[in-house]
Design a protein around this ligand. Structure first.
Ligand SMILES: NC(=O)c1ccc[n+]([C@@H]2O[C@H](COP(=O)([O-])OP(=O)(O)OC[C@H]3O[C@@H](n4cnc5c(N)ncnc54)[C@H](O)[C@@H]3O)[C@@H](O)[C@H]2O)c1
Length: 413
């Protein structure tokens, strides 16, 4: 508790977690009165797993009809969303829907969130960029299969705009899924690369939100229902537990995907990270990573990972005690908080290397002449810049990008 905190905590209305929890879904939806839905997924789940048929047949027996859309793709575009809207509305032939289900990683969940807005009236998704204008999306049920983006608990859908190769966000608390059902068994089939990229995404969510701006200082831009509103002891509880689970299980899940305890551990790490960042928000790590993704088109998790150690290094003064606390979780703490804090970025970078992700921008394929554009693009995402808890964020961004290119950390031996 801190007397100055201003908490505006948002989470899915129902959070269901457990191996095999997917089998409860048809009965739960029937009890809630749902009758007609679309299930958004991709070819892998429709063709290589029993989960889609299992669900639709059990739901049908309870009087719930479901149209399956299996055209999901990694990093969905606004065009894909608009095409899916047209195809599905034609298939529905004027029939009203009362829910949308997403089965898949962050990509399928974000596509389903976008469709929950576009399917009722058929507008293009760009009509909702920035502000959804009071529109009521269809209730969403998210079944994540990666651990993970945490999109099952957040207010945003991220889509790639092919017109200018940038990602756009559609954001509102109304887009938070009504039900987030986390069945860790869904993640058992994740290949190692997807496991590592998704795992480091969850880890970045936890650590970035643990260190972000306090709720009392957060600029809500006058919004009475902000999606993100800064960290508080409540968000930090979830972040810290997520970090502990990541240290225990992330590398194990990557190296031994058959280890079900590691898979379950990372499923919890992912949703706990989302319960932190889904209210506290993020800052420079994601802000600069979006710019790196714009230039390299590499995965969301790996672009976060390459920046993370250098962002943490830039916080060694303003977030020294928190970083020293994290050093304690990692078994690195000494009697000197400053020394403990400086060890964290160095060890986090080593961990990222063990996940076979490049650990500096040069190795990531960024050339020195691209650095200025990276800084400019990253600073353009002002909502993330404002949440970076340092005195001069623009200067810090510049130094972070330079250090990340040179692979320089203040605590390295
Ligand atoms: N809305 C949000 O709050 C939010 C937050 C973070 C990231 N994102 C978005 O999430 C996307 C990344 O999501 P992701 O990392 O979950 O990956 P993903 O959804 O893009 O999936 C990557 C690949 O892994 C496959 N896959 C997923 N689960 C699998 C499983 N259990 N078994 C086998 N294959 C599986 C998918 O079919 C796909 O081919 C990005 O587009 C990013 O922008 C959104």
């Amino acid at each position: 508790m801190r007397t100055e905190d201003l908490i505006h905590f948002c989470a899915p209305a129902r959070l269901i977690i457990g191996n095999g929890a997917r089998h409860q879904l048809p009965q739960l939806l029937a009890r809630l009165g749902y009758r007609s839905g679309v299930l958004v997924t991709d070819a892998f789940f429709a063709e290589k797993t029993p989960w889609v048929n299992e669900y639709t047949q059990a739901a049908e027996r309870l009087g719930i009809s479901t149209i399956v859309y299996a055209g999901g793709l990694p990093d969905p575009t606004t065009d894909l969303c608009d095409e899916a809207t047209t195809v599905l509305r034609k298939q529905l032939g004027g029939k009203q829907l009362d829910h949308v289900i997403a089965l898949g990683g962050g990509s399928n969940i974000d596509l389903a969130k976008a469709l929950s807005l576009t399917l009722p009236q058929g507008q293009p998704i760009t009509a909702f960029t920035g502000d959804i204008g009071g529109c009521k999306p269809l209730p969403m049920i998210a079944l994540p299969t990666t651990s993970g983006t945490g999109s099952e608990a957040t207010p945003g859908a991220i889509l790639l705009d092919p017109a200018n190769a940038t990602k756009i966000a559609v954001m509102d608390n109304a887009l938070r899924p009504h039900i987030a059902l986390i069945d860790p068994e869904f993640t058992y089939t994740c290949p190692p690369r997807v496991t590592a990229d998704a795992g480091i995404d969850a880890f970045t969510h936890a650590i970035e939100s643990f260190l972000t701006l306090d709720s009392a200082l957060f600029d809500r831009a006058g919004n009475p229902d902000p999606g993100y509103s800064g960290r508080s002891p409540l968000t930090m509880l979830f972040a810290k537990e997520s970090l502990r689970l990541c240290f225990d299980w992330m590398e194990r899940a990557y190296q031994h995907g058959e280890d079900t305890e590691a898979r379950v551990g990372m499923a919890y790490a992912s949703i706990y990270a989302a319960l932190s960042y889904g209210t506290a928000g993020l800052n420079a790590g994601h802000g600069i990573a979006y710019a790196v993704a714009g230039q390299t088109h590499k995965s969301h998790g790996s672009t976060n990972a390459v920046m993370l150690p250098y962002v943490l290094d830039a916080l060694c003064h303003t977030r020294q005690s928190e970083l020293a606390e994290i050093a304690g979780l990692m078994g690195l703490a000494t009697s000197c908080p400053e020394e403990s804090a400086r060890k964290v970025p160095v060890e986090v970078r080593a961990m990222i290397g063990r996940l076979d992700i490049p650990t500096d921008l040069r190795a990531f394929g960024i050339q020195e002449q691209m650095l200025e554009a990276l800084v400019t693009d990253a600073l353009a995402v002002t909502r993330l810049v404002k949440a970076f808890p340092v005195a001069d964020a623009a200067l810090a961004y510049r130094q972070i990008v330079q250090s990340a290119w040179e692979g320089r950390l203040s605590g390295q031996p």
